[in-house]
Ligand binder design. Structure first.
Ligand code: UT7
Length: 323
């Protein structure tokens, strides 16, 4: 018998304020046409000034609980992927725990920037397979609008705010690739590449700081590493690109998504794309795409999904799961 981490609920939340590309034209030397053609982004959501990341996470968590027909009392662990937690501590995950009426168990944040949700899923799966938790709420939530330099046209037009959540439950599987649930994971990081994408502030500087990125270099690494990690994860369970129903990639740039799909050998008709409406929401982008993909009828029970992401660190990885 193999214990599998099976998705039993999904949900998301996007802040009310929608920022169209054209809004940036008023303050920056940029155009809607440049942003669309270089990134595929048309609009993004920004949180309200008094709305912290935990608020987005709580709303996404409630949506996923509702989708699963559960309450907070049914959850025994929360893992929240974020690089924009409300405070230095406590974790945003414990804030969610307090808000949803989860009376036992444990909660913590995972910080792997845009790869955060892939790291969080891998951690949740390991806890479930070790018998440390039975039902895990895995959330990706970010307010990158707070760490973008609004005078830097090369970065500020790319990011947005949002949250998505999944609930994973321990279920018995056969051990074969036809099981539902997480089937394989593949994680990497390379700290020698830290200067390509970072925030120039934090506890050591006593300021929050702003995101800085060597866009072209990150792009180059993304195209090379994402297809590799997705192939590696599939290979661990003897599957290949032909077996994949949906690629659910990190949503940073449509050109990265297209190049990775091409390298993987998967047509764009089998890729869930939300970057045009959300921009890059870092750790929230994959659960947002999963939730939107289910809501619009693309992703169905029993289908094979590959998620892949890369971000600051650099940190990257992939998860293969059967929905
Ligand atoms: O999620 C974490 C991972 N992050 C990513 O995956 C992001 C990866 N990188 C990218 O998506 C792309 O590199 C960008 C979208 C950031 C940039 O696209 P690019 O095709 O690599 O453009 P570039 O940086 O080479 O810039 C081309 C030109 C430059 O002008 P010159 O030097 O050719 O005169 C930039 O100054 O475009 C200029 N530029 C802009 N022009 C108008 C940069 N940003 C803008 C802008 N509007 N917003």
């Amino acid at each position: 018998m193999t214990i599998r981490s099976v998705v039993i609920g999904v949900g998301h939340y996007l802040p009310d304020r929608v920022v169209e590309n054209s809004e940036f034209e008023a303050t920056l030397d940029t155009t809607d046409e440049w942003i669309r053609s270089r990134s595929g982004i048309e609009r993004r959501h920004f949180a309200a000034p008094d709305q912290p990341t935990s608020d987005l996470a709580i709303r996404a968590a409630r949506a996923a609980l509702g989708n699963a027909g559960l309450t907070g009392a049914d959850i025994d662990a929360i893992i929240l992927a974020t690089s924009t937690a409300d405070l230095t501590f406590p974790s945003a995950a414990t804030m969610v725990q307090g808000a949803i009426g989860m009376t036992g168990g444990f909660a913590f944040d995972v910080q792997a920037v845009c790869a955060g949700f892939v790291y969080a899923l891998t951690t949740a799966n390991a806890l479930i397979q070790a018998g440390s938790a039975r039902r895990v709420l895995v959330i990706g939530a970010e307010t990158f609008s707070r760490i973008i330099d609004m005078t830097d046209r090369a970065t500020c037009v790319l990011f947005g705010d949002g949250a998505g959540a999944l609930i994973l439950e321990a279920q018995e599987g056969t051990g074969s690739a036809s099981d539902r649930g997480i089937l394989a994971t593949d994680l990497h990081s390379d700290g020698t590449l830290r200067d390509l994408l970072y925030v120039d502030g934090g506890v050591s500087t006593q300021s929050t700081g702003y995101l800085r990125m060597e866009g072209k270099e990150v792009f180059r690494h993304a195209v090379e590493k994402l297809a590799e990690t997705a192939h590696a994860a599939l290979g661990k369970i003897g599957l290949g690109a032909d077996d994949v129903d949906w690629v659910v990639p990190h949503q940073a740039n449509i050109r990265i998504i297209q190049s990775t799909a091409r390298k993987l050998g998967v047509g764009m008709d089998r890729v869930v794309v939300t970057v045009q409406d959300h921009g890059n929401t870092s750790a929230a982008s994959i659960p947002l795409a999963l939730s939107v993909g289910v809501a619009n009828g693309q992703i169905k029970r029993g289908e094979l999904l590959v998620t892949e992401a890369i971000g600051g660190g650099l940190a990257w990885g992939a998860v293969v799961l059967r929905w």
